[in-house]
Design a protein around this ligand. Structure first.
Ligand SMILES: [Zn+2]
Length: 329
């Protein structure tokens, strides 16, 4: 079974330049204090044996990084605001980090250079393969971005639906840029879909806009209790639906009742809300439950959610526990 991460990795403060080369870069104004954090996150994930890694989402939280850079949005006083028409950014927000993550993974493990493990067909249909290696591109979903922002100015009289559709058009460009930068899959994070405040029909239409012209698999991550919405999100135009099953064991019931085989399942099997490292037999048993319901050929394993709030030591141990558990199958 393939393993992946949801995305964020624990980070320290941005690094001050220490080596001579980084001091020279700093002097020239091209030093990027986040790059050492990205490299650390990538190396930890690769060392833990994770197959599809992320860049660690080291530049800020999932709302902030988009609110700071998308035209029409601003991040001020710790709040994301939509003040003008949302348009695609004229540069990729995450493309350079993704490329750097790929390079770092390749330097850390030759598996990430092996063409037999990089073929995207290994992720399609019954080929869903445990020998695949790659880096995922991650975007925050249009519904989540709009519902977590304050709307003032341009869209004052508009319904949320109109704003979400404009957001989807802007994110479509970013998703395509990440694909072009070498992403193995695209993941769209839509935690708001389980809160009860999102209109699922609008959310579904918005996701379709983003995924329409992508040629790589797309996963949608929805954390929280999916009991009431799982049936609906299984109809979204993505190949993989990714949810929490370790911290929210009740989600298993939804999987049991609603799963019809049309999607691959991203199966959160590590609890990311607690610092205690999950017990091996507990993780193995949980995975077994998931496999019994959806079949080994339809499952991809990951921690429940991002790991930003954990300490780095714990995050690494949790990832290792996940890959150790896979070894039992
Ligand atoms: Zn999450």
């Amino acid at each position: 079974m393939l393993t992946t991460v949801v995305g964020s990795y624990p980070v320290s403060d941005p690094c001050v330049p220490e080596s001579i080369s980084s001091k020279i870069s700093n002097f020239l104004g091209v030093y990027d204090p986040y790059i050492p954090l990205l490299e650390l996150a990538v190396k930890d994930q690769v060392t833990a044996g994770v197959d599809i890694i992320s860049d660690g989402q080291i530049r800020g939280d999932m709302i902030e990084v988009f609110a700071r850079h998308l035209p029409g949005m601003v991040f001020k006083d710790n709040t994301s605001k939509i003040f003008d028409k949302i348009k695609p950014a004229n540069h990729s927000l995450g493309g350079n980090d993704l490329k750097h993550a790929i390079k770092t993974a390749q330097k850390t493990s030759s598996d990430f250079l092996d063409s037999t493990k990089l073929d995207i067909n290994l992720l399609v249909g019954n080929n869903f393969n445990k020998n695949f290696k790659g880096v995922k591109g991650i975007i925050t979903g249009p519904t989540t971005l709009v519902l977590s922002s304050r709307v003032e100015g341009f869209y004052n009289r508009d319904k949320k639906e109109k704003i979400i559709m404009d957001m989807a058009m802007a994110l479509k460009r970013e998703a395509y840029s990440l694909q072009e930068a070498g992403a193995a899959i695209i993941q769209i994070d839509e935690p708001y879909l389980s809160t009860g405040v999102a209109d699922l029909k609008t959310a579904k239409n918005a996701i379709k806009i983003i995924t329409d012209n992508l040629s790589i698999p797309v996963s949608m991550h929805v954390c929280g209790d999916i009991g009431d919405i799982f049936k609906d999100i299984l109809k979204f135009s993505v190949q993989i639906i990714d949810c929490e099953f370790a911290g929210l064991p009740n989600n298993i019931k939804a999987l049991e009742q609603e799963y019809g085989g049309s999607k691959k399942i991203g199966f959160g099997c590590i609890d990311t809300k607690v610092e205690d490292v999950d017990e091996l037999d507990h993780v193995v048993n949980l995975i077994k439950k998931g496999v019994d319901i959806v079949g080994e050929e339809n499952i991809m394993l990951d921690p429940d959610c991002g790991m930003r709030m954990l300490s780095r030591d714990v995050a690494l141990l949790k990832l290792k526990k996940m890959t150790e558990a896979v070894g039992w199958f």
